[in-house]
Design a protein around this ligand. Structure first.
Ligand code: ATP
Ligand code: MG
Length: 497
């Protein structure tokens, strides 16, 4: 629990802010004018939230002159105008939370406070459990749940973008307008589709169909169904449009469908009718279509691979998911905590001591995560499984996948891998002389290849490899380098140097 002093004169703001903060278990005192604010001087506060204008008085200027008389650990300036941010930070040097746009304001404030709590309570996620208990504070995930208690949340995330996505899910879920979910692989597109169905109140089934996994004929049958005799061996069979009547059909990889399926889908979206394969009977379905893709459909449209009319039909309500590396630090921590909790509940255990050293925490946080949340989730699961000694989880380097620990040799960088292999092939038991000769040999091989590649032009080699005069001029070369040089250029050609 934090002790928070809220200095704010606008009723709508101080009512909603204090409600939110109190619901998360904090103690909040409101000062609606400067006189009331002055009374709090000298008392101990965890956080001061300070609006600029109190009636006609400038609270920031007054605070700038009197801040030494306040005993507050964290100060956040609340600003009504966005342009003020830079100036205020210069004079008061505290973070500013802008009231505009109002929809984002609460989320931003929550995030700032969460950050503050984190800084106060811990240095790494490992400490949150220990210190949160010690300070009688809620661990991060519980804190998150309490903030979002009134809104069921299906996507873990607290930053502004995730807040917007939650908001979009709530608003888009009712009704039957198609929804397009876009974002790189593993960012949670299917999770969004599932959440949309759950929040829609639709009583019918939810089904996912991966459009890229099936041939055109098979896909047609799966989507629209068939009638007996339509082709050899054909049976009366319902397709997804029928089995998901009054429900939701999630069409994954929509960017991969053939022109024929595009036409049929468009027709369905226009008239809500379709025909089973082999039948002319028009059938109706009240299925909600949610589509997803990690392709750029606009680009597909420009190269005539995706119909424009279909794009405009499915893309009027779009939910864009951010890549893992674009997400905030608070979100990273929440996901980490969430996947740890998942691991606990899936394995029916409670993490005893959980230590994630700052160094490893930083590596995980700075990693690019090209596979996004999915990749992160599996890395966390693997890390816990490996570190699980039946009681405690002390995370060490070896519990982290090698390619994450050494991002410089990520799978893509073949040269680096080859070089590492080469160096690894050097025996451990080796004399100083042998090692020196290997070093020289490597140098020779490297420079000789470049020399041959660039038309046996030594001065070019020196330029390319950024080697100075000592390598260029024979008389300045070191004793140890001279034989290498002579092997490359040839003794007979060294005279002019
Ligand atoms: N915000 C989130 N909170 C919790 N779990 C998440 C979140 N985002 C993704 N995940 C988890 O990551 C995994 C991948 O999510 P999902 O399958 O929805 O991704 P996707 O965008 O559909 O990926 P692809 O494009 O590869 O099909 C799932 O296990 C999902 O539960
Ligand atoms: Mg998916």
């Amino acid at each position: 629990m934090l002790k928070i002093l809220l200095v704010e004169d606008e009723k709508t703001f101080h009512e909603s802010i204090s409600k939110m903060l109190r619901e998360s278990g904090n103690e909040v005192i409101i000062a609606k004018n400067l006189a009331r604010f002055q009374e709090e001087m000298g008392k101990e506060w965890d956080i001061l939230l300070l609006d600029r204008q109190l009636g006609s008085e400038d609270a920031w200027s007054w605070f700038a002159q009197n801040k030494s008389k306040f005993n507050t650990k964290g100060v956040y300036l609340i600003s009504a105008c966005s342009g003020i941010q830079q100036r205020s930070q210069e004079s008061l040097n505290y973070p500013v939370v802008s009231k505009h746009p109002p929809m984002d304001f609460m989320a931003r404030l929550q995030e700032e406070i969460l950050q503050f709590q984190k800084r106060q309570a811990r240095q790494t996620i490992s400490d949150v459990r220990k210190q949160a208990t010690a300070l009688n504070q809620k661990p991060l995930m519980e804190f998150y749940n309490s903030v979002y208690l009134s809104k069921p949340s299906y996507m873990i995330g607290i930053d502004t973008r995730m807040h917007k996505i939650q908001e979009q899910i709530e608003r888009f879920a009712p009704g039957d307008i198609p929804i397009l979910v876009t974002g790189p692989t593993g960012t949670g597109k299917e999770l969004v589709a599932d959440a949309l169905h759950k929040r829609s109140g639709r009583k019918g089934n939810f089904a996912t169909i991966n459009l890229s996994a099936l041939s055109e004929n098979l896909l047609e049958l799966e989507l629209f169904g068939s009638v007996k005799g339509a082709f050899t061996g054909a049976e009366d069979k319902k397709g997804y449009f029928e089995t998901c009547d009054n429900g939701t059909l999630f069409l994954d990889e929509i960017g991969d469908i053939s022109p024929l399926i595009q036409v049929k889908l468009l027709r369905f979206l226009e008239y809500k009718t379709f025909q089973r394969v082999g039948s002319t009977e028009e059938k109706r379905s009240n299925v909600r279509i949610v589509c997803a893709t990690n392709k750029d459909l606009r680009q597909e449209m420009d190269s005539d691979k995706f119909r424009k009319d279909l794009y405009y039909r499915i893309a009027c309500m779009e939910i864009q998911l951010p890549a893992m590396k674009e997400r905030s630090e608070a979100d990273f921590d929440l996901l980490l905590e969430h996947f740890c909790q998942n691991y606990e509940s899936n394995n029916n255990l409670r993490l005893g001591t959980f230590i994630l050293p700052e160094k490893i925490y930083k590596i995980l946080k700075e990693f690019e995560w090209p596979g996004n949340v999915r990749e992160f989730k599996h890395a966390v699961k693997g890390m816990l499984q490996y570190a699980n000694d039946g009681k405690d989880f002390i995370i060490e380097d070896e519990h982290i996948p090698y390619y994450i620990l050494h991002p410089a040799i990520a799978p893509k960088n073949k040269t680096q891998i080859a070089l590492e292999r080469l160096v690894d092939s050097i025996p451990i038991e080796i004399s100083h002389e042998e090692l020196e000769s290997i070093q020289n040999e490597l140098e020779y091989l490297f420079l000789n290849r470049i020399y041959l590649r660039y038309g046996k032009n030594w001065s070019k080699v020196c330029k390319l490899c950024d080697m100075g005069e000592t390598f260029y001029k024979l008389n300045k070369m070191s004793k140890s380098f001279r034989p290498i040089y002579e092997r490359i250029v040839g003794k007979e050609n060294t005279e002019e140097q």
